[in-house]
Design a protein around this ligand. Sequence first.
Ligand SMILES: [Zn+2]
Ligand SMILES: [Zn+2]
Length: 269
Amino acid sequence: MGAEIYRIYAIKYAHHHRMARDNFIGGDIHDGPMPIDYFVWVIQGAGRTIVVDTGFDRAMAEKRGRAIVRSVEQGLTRIGVDPAEVEDVVLTHLHYDHAGNHHLFPKARFHVQEREMAFCTGRCMCHAGLRHPFAAEDVKAMVDRLFEDRVRFRETTDTLYPGITLHRVGGHSDGLQIVRVNTERGWVVLASDAAHFFANIGRELAYPVVYNLGDMFEGYRTVRRLAGSEDRIVPGHDPQVLAIYPPAFDDAVGWIARVDLPPTTSPTY
Ligand SMILES: [Zn+2]
Ligand SMILES: [Zn+2]
């Protein structure tokens, strides 16, 4: 194992109430309330701070009927990160809940899969069903950054820094990438939307927002393989993350968790 060891914070910024049947293709025989949380993640260590995804702001929350609990900026501030100083932002994909808050990171380089940029600026966006999870303003902000030389296109399997690797899985969005991070307890995989919930991956049930179902199912296997064990997979939207991982601070219960540390209990599927 390499020398670089990182801490990882999962920061919840928004919430949405929904039913389990809304989270799985084919529904769920155990239908009932199954709310969704919205997160950004921060990787820190070896003198580096890397933000993974940028969330959405209040204007977008209003437009999409979501509830901001605490803004992304508040979460970053709580862990001592000044967004204006952040140099590296990984965007797992460009859906509205992962690629907003454009004003927050004026100095950052944005690491993204070339295929994601091609996807959200290409002919698939002629179809309302594929266009819906994207916001034109987020895509336009990325084009502006591209012309400011602030976009770094990553290889399908790439090393961001020693101990941090990026892997395109596609499926949910064509250029979706996941982030694997070396921690005290070994590799931890930030699955982002390659696994919205523990149940998507644990029960191999597809999430209904999908571009390529085959890639989505393959992605579940890739996440498992890269993590090595189930307790080192961090899903992108599951409220259980905040319940099973230790809070980053005493006052951050239900808000910010340390996912580089081992979970204290197992999730339910
Ligand atoms: Zn998504
Ligand atoms: Zn998402």
